[in-house]
Design a binder for this molecule. Structure first.
Ligand code: SF4
Ligand code: SF4
Length: 344
Protein backbone atom coordinates (compact mmCIF):
# COMPACT_ATOMS: atom_id res chain seq x y z
CA UNK A 1 0.00 0.00 0.00
CA UNK A 2 1.29 3.49 -0.83
CA UNK A 3 -0.22 6.95 -0.42
CA UNK A 4 -0.13 9.75 -2.95
CA UNK A 5 -1.66 13.21 -3.21
CA UNK A 6 -3.61 14.78 -6.04
CA UNK A 7 -4.88 18.35 -6.42
CA UNK A 8 -8.68 18.50 -6.47
CA UNK A 9 -8.89 20.00 -9.95
CA UNK A 10 -6.85 17.10 -11.41
CA UNK A 11 -9.32 14.40 -10.40
CA UNK A 12 -11.78 15.02 -13.31
CA UNK A 13 -8.87 14.73 -15.73
CA UNK A 14 -7.97 11.36 -14.24
CA UNK A 15 -11.55 10.09 -14.24
CA UNK A 16 -12.11 11.22 -17.84
CA UNK A 17 -9.00 9.31 -18.85
CA UNK A 18 -10.30 6.22 -17.07
CA UNK A 19 -13.22 6.03 -19.49
CA UNK A 20 -10.70 4.58 -21.97
CA UNK A 21 -10.32 1.66 -19.56
CA UNK A 22 -14.00 0.66 -19.53
CA UNK A 23 -17.48 1.74 -18.46
CA UNK A 24 -17.30 4.27 -15.63
CA UNK A 25 -20.01 3.96 -12.94
CA UNK A 26 -20.69 6.41 -10.12
CA UNK A 27 -23.51 7.61 -7.85
CA UNK A 28 -25.69 10.00 -9.88
CA UNK A 29 -28.47 12.19 -8.52
CA UNK A 30 -31.90 11.22 -9.84
CA UNK A 31 -33.69 14.13 -11.46
CA UNK A 32 -36.78 15.47 -9.71
CA UNK A 33 -39.47 16.88 -12.04
CA UNK A 34 -39.71 20.17 -10.11
CA UNK A 35 -36.18 21.48 -9.65
CA UNK A 36 -33.96 18.74 -11.01
CA UNK A 37 -32.66 17.89 -7.52
CA UNK A 38 -33.90 14.93 -5.52
CA UNK A 39 -31.29 13.95 -2.95
CA UNK A 40 -31.75 10.38 -4.21
CA UNK A 41 -28.82 8.70 -5.92
CA UNK A 42 -28.53 5.71 -8.16
CA UNK A 43 -25.48 3.92 -9.42
CA UNK A 44 -25.26 4.65 -13.14
CA UNK A 45 -22.82 4.53 -16.00
CA UNK A 46 -21.59 8.09 -16.55
CA UNK A 47 -20.24 9.81 -19.64
CA UNK A 48 -19.58 13.19 -18.01
CA UNK A 49 -17.54 13.00 -14.79
CA UNK A 50 -19.35 16.10 -13.49
CA UNK A 51 -22.38 13.84 -12.98
CA UNK A 52 -20.57 11.80 -10.31
CA UNK A 53 -21.52 12.30 -6.65
CA UNK A 54 -19.01 10.07 -4.84
CA UNK A 55 -19.88 11.77 -1.54
CA UNK A 56 -23.49 10.47 -1.73
CA UNK A 57 -23.79 8.10 1.19
CA UNK A 58 -25.90 5.43 -0.40
CA UNK A 59 -27.18 4.70 -3.87
CA UNK A 60 -30.62 3.08 -4.01
CA UNK A 61 -29.13 -0.21 -5.20
CA UNK A 62 -25.61 -1.04 -4.08
CA UNK A 63 -22.89 -2.01 -6.50
CA UNK A 64 -23.71 -5.71 -6.20
CA UNK A 65 -25.86 -4.92 -9.23
CA UNK A 66 -22.66 -4.68 -11.32
CA UNK A 67 -21.44 -8.10 -10.20
CA UNK A 68 -24.74 -9.91 -9.71
CA UNK A 69 -27.18 -8.21 -12.08
CA UNK A 70 -30.87 -8.54 -11.14
CA UNK A 71 -31.20 -10.86 -14.16
CA UNK A 72 -28.22 -12.94 -15.27
CA UNK A 73 -28.45 -15.12 -18.38
CA UNK A 74 -26.92 -18.49 -17.48
CA UNK A 75 -27.54 -20.15 -20.83
CA UNK A 76 -29.33 -19.15 -24.01
CA UNK A 77 -30.53 -21.37 -26.86
CA UNK A 78 -31.21 -19.53 -30.09
CA UNK A 79 -32.15 -21.21 -33.35
CA UNK A 80 -30.79 -24.49 -32.04
CA UNK A 81 -27.38 -23.08 -30.99
CA UNK A 82 -26.26 -22.76 -27.33
CA UNK A 83 -24.54 -19.76 -25.78
CA UNK A 84 -23.12 -20.07 -22.28
CA UNK A 85 -23.73 -17.04 -20.09
CA UNK A 86 -20.26 -17.31 -18.61
CA UNK A 87 -18.81 -16.79 -22.09
CA UNK A 88 -20.86 -13.74 -23.09
CA UNK A 89 -18.59 -10.68 -23.41
CA UNK A 90 -18.22 -8.51 -20.28
CA UNK A 91 -16.83 -5.00 -20.62
CA UNK A 92 -14.36 -3.68 -18.03
CA UNK A 93 -16.16 -1.66 -15.32
CA UNK A 94 -14.81 1.06 -13.04
CA UNK A 95 -16.82 1.93 -9.95
CA UNK A 96 -15.94 5.37 -8.63
CA UNK A 97 -17.40 6.30 -5.25
CA UNK A 98 -17.13 3.10 -3.20
CA UNK A 99 -17.22 3.81 0.52
CA UNK A 100 -15.51 1.69 3.15
CA UNK A 101 -18.72 -0.26 3.85
CA UNK A 102 -19.10 -0.94 0.11
CA UNK A 103 -15.61 -2.41 -0.01
CA UNK A 104 -16.41 -4.62 2.98
CA UNK A 105 -19.59 -5.78 1.27
CA UNK A 106 -17.48 -6.66 -1.77
CA UNK A 107 -15.29 -8.82 0.46
CA UNK A 108 -18.41 -10.64 1.66
CA UNK A 109 -19.59 -11.22 -1.91
CA UNK A 110 -16.13 -12.53 -2.83
CA UNK A 111 -16.27 -14.87 0.14
CA UNK A 112 -19.62 -16.24 -1.01
CA UNK A 113 -18.98 -16.44 -4.72
CA UNK A 114 -15.24 -17.06 -5.05
CA UNK A 115 -14.17 -19.21 -2.14
CA UNK A 116 -15.04 -22.93 -2.08
CA UNK A 117 -16.83 -22.99 -5.44
CA UNK A 118 -16.10 -20.08 -7.75
CA UNK A 119 -19.23 -18.87 -9.50
CA UNK A 120 -18.11 -18.30 -13.11
CA UNK A 121 -20.72 -15.61 -13.80
CA UNK A 122 -19.65 -13.58 -10.78
CA UNK A 123 -15.98 -14.29 -11.31
CA UNK A 124 -15.88 -12.93 -14.85
CA UNK A 125 -17.54 -9.69 -13.79
CA UNK A 126 -15.37 -9.40 -10.70
CA UNK A 127 -12.20 -9.71 -12.77
CA UNK A 128 -13.40 -6.81 -14.90
CA UNK A 129 -14.16 -4.53 -11.96
CA UNK A 130 -11.89 -1.73 -10.80
CA UNK A 131 -12.90 -0.24 -7.45
CA UNK A 132 -12.13 3.40 -6.67
CA UNK A 133 -13.13 4.40 -3.16
CA UNK A 134 -14.07 7.78 -1.74
CA UNK A 135 -13.93 8.95 1.88
CA UNK A 136 -17.41 9.65 3.23
CA UNK A 137 -18.85 11.36 6.31
CA UNK A 138 -21.64 9.37 8.05
CA UNK A 139 -25.24 10.41 8.57
CA UNK A 140 -27.79 9.27 11.15
CA UNK A 141 -28.40 5.94 9.38
CA UNK A 142 -24.76 4.79 9.18
CA UNK A 143 -23.59 2.34 11.84
CA UNK A 144 -20.58 0.77 10.10
CA UNK A 145 -18.43 2.01 12.98
CA UNK A 146 -20.12 -0.55 15.25
CA UNK A 147 -19.46 -3.42 12.84
CA UNK A 148 -15.80 -2.74 12.09
CA UNK A 149 -16.52 -1.72 8.51
CA UNK A 150 -16.02 2.04 8.77
CA UNK A 151 -12.45 1.90 7.52
CA UNK A 152 -10.69 -0.20 4.95
CA UNK A 153 -7.12 -0.62 3.79
CA UNK A 154 -7.45 -3.34 1.18
CA UNK A 155 -10.01 -4.80 -1.19
CA UNK A 156 -10.03 -1.76 -3.50
CA UNK A 157 -7.69 -0.45 -6.18
CA UNK A 158 -7.56 3.29 -5.38
CA UNK A 159 -9.17 5.30 -2.59
CA UNK A 160 -9.57 9.09 -2.64
CA UNK A 161 -9.95 10.83 0.71
CA UNK A 162 -10.82 14.53 0.38
CA UNK A 163 -8.52 16.95 2.23
CA UNK A 164 -8.31 20.75 1.87
CA UNK A 165 -7.84 21.37 -1.89
CA UNK A 166 -6.40 17.93 -2.51
CA UNK A 167 -6.94 14.22 -2.06
CA UNK A 168 -4.97 11.65 -0.16
CA UNK A 169 -4.86 8.75 -2.63
CA UNK A 170 -4.36 5.24 -1.28
CA UNK A 171 -3.08 2.69 -3.77
CA UNK A 172 -3.94 -0.83 -2.64
CA UNK A 173 -3.48 -3.07 -5.67
CA UNK A 174 -1.26 -3.66 -8.68
CA UNK A 175 -4.17 -2.54 -10.86
CA UNK A 176 -4.43 0.74 -8.96
CA UNK A 177 -0.68 1.24 -9.20
CA UNK A 178 -0.85 0.60 -12.92
CA UNK A 179 -3.58 3.25 -13.34
CA UNK A 180 -1.72 6.03 -11.55
CA UNK A 181 1.40 5.26 -13.57
CA UNK A 182 -0.47 5.08 -16.87
CA UNK A 183 -2.29 8.37 -16.28
CA UNK A 184 0.26 10.69 -14.61
CA UNK A 185 -2.17 13.60 -14.22
CA UNK A 186 -0.38 15.04 -11.21
CA UNK A 187 -0.04 12.29 -8.60
CA UNK A 188 2.76 13.03 -6.15
CA UNK A 189 4.02 11.30 -3.00
CA UNK A 190 1.96 12.30 0.02
CA UNK A 191 3.56 14.56 2.63
CA UNK A 192 3.53 14.64 6.44
CA UNK A 193 0.99 17.45 6.26
CA UNK A 194 -1.28 15.23 4.18
CA UNK A 195 -1.00 12.42 6.73
CA UNK A 196 -1.70 14.80 9.60
CA UNK A 197 -4.77 16.24 7.92
CA UNK A 198 -5.92 12.75 6.93
CA UNK A 199 -5.74 11.56 10.55
CA UNK A 200 -7.56 14.69 11.75
CA UNK A 201 -10.31 13.98 9.26
CA UNK A 202 -10.49 10.38 10.41
CA UNK A 203 -10.94 11.56 13.99
CA UNK A 204 -13.71 14.02 13.03
CA UNK A 205 -15.38 11.29 11.03
CA UNK A 206 -15.26 8.84 13.94
CA UNK A 207 -16.88 11.48 16.14
CA UNK A 208 -19.60 12.14 13.54
CA UNK A 209 -21.30 8.76 14.06
CA UNK A 210 -24.58 9.12 15.93
CA UNK A 211 -25.99 5.62 15.48
CA UNK A 212 -24.41 2.64 17.23
CA UNK A 213 -25.14 -1.05 17.64
CA UNK A 214 -23.54 -3.14 20.36
CA UNK A 215 -22.86 -6.22 18.25
CA UNK A 216 -20.05 -7.84 20.21
CA UNK A 217 -22.16 -10.68 21.64
CA UNK A 218 -25.21 -10.52 19.40
CA UNK A 219 -24.95 -14.15 18.16
CA UNK A 220 -25.18 -15.38 21.77
CA UNK A 221 -28.02 -13.02 22.64
CA UNK A 222 -29.92 -14.06 19.51
CA UNK A 223 -29.41 -17.73 20.28
CA UNK A 224 -31.24 -17.14 23.56
CA UNK A 225 -33.99 -14.98 22.05
CA UNK A 226 -35.45 -17.16 19.32
CA UNK A 227 -38.86 -17.07 20.99
CA UNK A 228 -38.78 -13.38 21.88
CA UNK A 229 -42.15 -11.68 21.23
CA UNK A 230 -40.32 -9.09 19.15
CA UNK A 231 -40.35 -11.47 16.16
CA UNK A 232 -44.14 -11.75 16.26
CA UNK A 233 -44.41 -7.96 16.56
CA UNK A 234 -42.13 -7.54 13.58
CA UNK A 235 -44.09 -10.16 11.67
CA UNK A 236 -47.20 -8.00 12.09
CA UNK A 237 -45.40 -4.81 11.04
CA UNK A 238 -43.28 -6.16 8.16
CA UNK A 239 -44.97 -6.31 4.74
CA UNK A 240 -42.38 -8.80 3.49
CA UNK A 241 -42.04 -6.50 0.49
CA UNK A 242 -38.36 -7.45 0.14
CA UNK A 243 -37.12 -3.84 -0.25
CA UNK A 244 -34.56 -4.28 2.52
CA UNK A 245 -33.14 -7.35 0.78
CA UNK A 246 -33.03 -5.77 -2.67
CA UNK A 247 -31.10 -2.71 -1.46
CA UNK A 248 -28.80 -4.65 0.87
CA UNK A 249 -25.24 -4.94 -0.50
CA UNK A 250 -24.78 -8.39 1.04
CA UNK A 251 -28.19 -10.03 0.41
CA UNK A 252 -27.74 -12.56 -2.37
CA UNK A 253 -30.89 -14.75 -2.43
CA UNK A 254 -31.70 -15.78 -5.98
CA UNK A 255 -34.09 -17.93 -7.97
CA UNK A 256 -33.68 -19.54 -11.37
CA UNK A 257 -36.21 -19.90 -14.14
CA UNK A 258 -36.59 -20.32 -17.89
CA UNK A 259 -38.06 -17.78 -20.27
CA UNK A 260 -38.67 -17.45 -24.00
CA UNK A 261 -37.95 -13.74 -24.73
CA UNK A 262 -38.60 -14.22 -28.46
CA UNK A 263 -39.43 -16.95 -30.93
CA UNK A 264 -36.77 -19.66 -31.27
CA UNK A 265 -34.91 -18.35 -28.21
CA UNK A 266 -35.01 -19.60 -24.65
CA UNK A 267 -33.00 -18.44 -21.65
CA UNK A 268 -32.19 -19.84 -18.26
CA UNK A 269 -31.99 -16.89 -15.86
CA UNK A 270 -30.74 -16.24 -12.36
CA UNK A 271 -32.81 -13.47 -10.78
CA UNK A 272 -32.76 -11.67 -7.46
CA UNK A 273 -35.08 -13.14 -4.87
CA UNK A 274 -35.57 -12.59 -1.13
CA UNK A 275 -35.93 -14.93 1.81
CA UNK A 276 -38.67 -12.55 2.95
CA UNK A 277 -40.94 -13.62 0.10
CA UNK A 278 -43.48 -16.27 0.94
CA UNK A 279 -42.56 -18.59 -1.92
CA UNK A 280 -38.85 -18.56 -1.18
CA UNK A 281 -39.14 -21.45 1.26
CA UNK A 282 -41.87 -23.27 -0.64
CA UNK A 283 -40.66 -26.73 -1.64
CA UNK A 284 -41.97 -29.56 -3.79
CA UNK A 285 -45.08 -31.10 -2.29
CA UNK A 286 -46.38 -27.72 -1.15
CA UNK A 287 -44.63 -27.52 2.22
CA UNK A 288 -43.38 -24.11 3.21
CA UNK A 289 -40.91 -24.12 6.07
CA UNK A 290 -41.18 -20.33 6.57
CA UNK A 291 -44.81 -19.70 5.75
CA UNK A 292 -45.30 -17.14 8.56
CA UNK A 293 -44.08 -13.59 8.16
CA UNK A 294 -42.60 -13.57 11.66
CA UNK A 295 -40.47 -16.59 10.76
CA UNK A 296 -39.21 -14.96 7.59
CA UNK A 297 -38.27 -11.68 9.29
CA UNK A 298 -36.51 -13.53 12.08
CA UNK A 299 -34.67 -15.64 9.53
CA UNK A 300 -33.25 -12.55 7.81
CA UNK A 301 -32.05 -11.00 11.05
CA UNK A 302 -30.55 -14.28 12.25
CA UNK A 303 -28.81 -14.84 8.96
CA UNK A 304 -27.16 -11.42 9.19
CA UNK A 305 -26.02 -11.41 12.80
CA UNK A 306 -26.01 -15.01 13.96
CA UNK A 307 -25.61 -17.71 11.29
CA UNK A 308 -23.10 -15.75 9.19
CA UNK A 309 -21.03 -14.89 12.23
CA UNK A 310 -20.87 -18.55 13.24
CA UNK A 311 -19.94 -19.61 9.70
CA UNK A 312 -17.52 -16.85 8.70
CA UNK A 313 -16.61 -15.02 11.90
CA UNK A 314 -18.29 -11.73 10.94
CA UNK A 315 -21.83 -10.44 10.37
CA UNK A 316 -23.18 -10.17 6.84
CA UNK A 317 -24.23 -6.61 7.55
CA UNK A 318 -21.88 -3.72 6.88
CA UNK A 319 -24.01 -1.03 8.54
CA UNK A 320 -24.76 0.95 5.37
CA UNK A 321 -28.25 1.99 6.48
CA UNK A 322 -29.98 1.21 3.17
CA UNK A 323 -32.57 -1.04 4.77
CA UNK A 324 -33.38 1.72 7.28
CA UNK A 325 -33.79 4.27 4.51
CA UNK A 326 -35.97 2.06 2.33
CA UNK A 327 -38.35 0.24 4.67
CA UNK A 328 -41.90 1.48 3.97
CA UNK A 329 -43.06 0.67 7.50
CA UNK A 330 -40.10 2.22 9.30
CA UNK A 331 -38.47 -0.97 10.60
CA UNK A 332 -35.04 0.04 11.84
CA UNK A 333 -32.44 -2.70 12.01
CA UNK A 334 -30.50 -1.17 14.90
CA UNK A 335 -33.64 -0.57 16.97
CA UNK A 336 -34.70 -4.19 16.37
CA UNK A 337 -31.45 -5.54 17.78
CA UNK A 338 -31.51 -3.05 20.67
CA UNK A 339 -35.03 -4.23 21.45
CA UNK A 340 -34.04 -7.91 21.30
CA UNK A 341 -31.12 -7.25 23.61
CA UNK A 342 -33.40 -5.37 26.00
CA UNK A 343 -31.66 -2.00 25.53
CA UNK A 344 -34.75 -0.26 24.14
S1 SF4 B 1 -38.38 -3.32 3.77
FE1 SF4 B 1 -39.41 -3.31 5.78
S2 SF4 B 1 -41.51 -4.03 5.32
FE2 SF4 B 1 -40.25 -4.55 3.52
S3 SF4 B 1 -39.55 -6.67 3.94
FE3 SF4 B 1 -37.95 -5.31 4.73
S4 SF4 B 1 -38.45 -5.03 6.93
FE4 SF4 B 1 -40.30 -5.84 5.90
S1 SF4 C 1 -28.77 -5.26 6.64
FE1 SF4 C 1 -29.25 -3.09 6.21
S2 SF4 C 1 -27.56 -1.92 7.14
FE2 SF4 C 1 -26.89 -4.07 7.00
S3 SF4 C 1 -25.77 -4.19 5.04
FE3 SF4 C 1 -27.90 -4.79 4.62
S4 SF4 C 1 -28.92 -2.89 3.99
FE4 SF4 C 1 -26.99 -2.30 4.98
Amino acid sequence: MQTLRLEVQRLPVFLSALRDEGDLFAPVERLAPKDGRSGVYSLERIFDVAQAHPEALRTILPFKKLLLPPRTVLTRARDGAWEDGDELPIRPMIFYGAHACDVHSLKILDLLFLSDFADPYYQRRREQLTVIGYGCIPDDKCFCQSLGTANVDDGFDLFFTPLEGRFMVTVASARGDDLVRRYPVGFEPSTRDDTREYLDRLKRRTEAFTLALDAHDLPYVLELKKDDPVWEELGRKCLCCGSCSMVCPTCTCFNMWDEMPEENCSERLRCWDACLYRDYALVAGGHNFRARRADRVRNRYYHKQEAFVREFGMPSCVGCGRCIENCPTGIHVVEVFQHVRGDA
